[in-house]
Design a protein around this ligand. Structure first.
Ligand SMILES: C[S@@+](CC[C@H](N)C(=O)[O-])C[C@H]1O[C@@H](n2cnc3c(N)ncnc32)[C@H](O)[C@@H]1O
Length: 295
């Protein structure tokens, strides 16, 4: 596999996170290491970056590609929901900045074996960490029809959720759904093609990925703890890719500001400019919000 992951909103992140030499930073979603590399370059000399990813392959790749940074880079294969205890273990509290860039990377999407892409034949997996937990195929084999429908509606906002769930349950009686292409073909038969709505399987695949990895639960736990680890003047940047995530971030930042102690640096969400979207189509749906711990 020779894919790359182009980091989104790089200039905006640098401007808003203000990484300085000697600073302590966290990248909670290493992915291809693009944001991590950028931050490491700014915090030298004497800065430290704690890099986290749930995917052991991402951590291994970043460890190889950024090995030149030596002890300035500490790596942990973990859920960013654990950020507080990881920082305590690493004796790095408080920190000057944290970034998370949610969802999956282009590297994960491009690897058919990971099962994130409906356009390529592969096992219906979708776990960031394949060493434990239920895969998408397991969920579709175990849940009841109404649980599947709720999942597709709640995490994918897919209007055909009930019809999809019914067809999945009918099909699994004959033959369990084990591959991405079998599920994509099922969606093509059930979901009406809508203009500008992308492939009929898009929303269901998003829903399954979110459910398999319990993404919203991780984000909620992270939002509770991450702001408390910031130094006065320290900043937290979150890049989300769909309204379910962005809603959680927006509400949390607003509540923290109302409680006092934190200030929203971005009153309105920051989006990528036309030039970036042209060069990196993934940036089209990126939404950046930044919060600062009051001095
Ligand atoms: C969009 S990519 C990050 C790309 C990265 N910013 C870069 O510049 O290359 C998201 C990464 O976050 C990881 N991830 C998703 N949810 C996570 C979580 N709850 N905890 C830790 N890592 C997570 C995924 O495995 C994936 O590698």
């Amino acid at each position: 596999m020779d894919a790359t992951h182009v980091p989104v909103l790089p200039l905006e992140l640098l401007e808003l996170l203000r990484p300085r030499p000697g600073a302590r930073f966290v990248d909670g979603t290493l992915g291809g290491g693009g944001h991590a590399r950028m931050l490491l370059e700014q915090i030298q000399p004497d800065g430290i970056l704690l890099g986290i990813d749930r995917d052991p392959e991402a951590v291994e790749r970043v460890s190889r590609n950024l090995s030149g940074h030596g002890s300035a880079l500490r790596l942990r294969c973990a859920d960013f929901a654990e950020v507080k205890s990881l920082l305590v273990e690493e004796k790095l509290v408080p920190v000057d900045g944290i970034v998370v860039d949610l969802g999956m990377s282009s590297l994960q999407l491009a690897d058919p074996e990971r099962g994130f892409a409906f356009s390529m034949e592969g096992p219906l997996d979708m776990r960031y960490d394949r060493s434990h937990g239920s895969s998408a195929a397991d969920l579709l084999g175990q849940l009841s029809e109404s649980e599947i429908a709720d999942l597709i509606w709640r995490y994918g906002e897919e209007r055909a959720s009930r019809r999809l769930a019914r067809r999945i349950v009918q099909q699994r009686r004959a033959d369990p759904l084990r591959t991405t292409s079998a599920l994509a073909r099922l969606a093509e038969r059930v979901v009406p093609r809508r203009r500008h709505a992308g492939h009929p399987a898009t929303r269901m695949f998003q829903a399954l990925r979110i459910a398999v990895n319990r993404e919203l639960e991780s984000l909620e736990r992270f939002l509770e703890d991450a702001p408390t680890t910031l130094a006065p003047g320290g900043r937290l940047a979150i890049i989300s890719f769909h309204s379910l995530e962005d809603r959680l971030v927006k509400t949390c930042f607003r509540n923290l500001e109302n409680d006092g102690g934190h200030v929203r640096i971005t009153r309105k969400v920051i989006k990528a400019g036309d030039r970036e979207v042209e060069q990196n189509p993934r940036a089209r749906s990126a939404r950046l919000r930044v919060l600062e711990r009051a001095a």
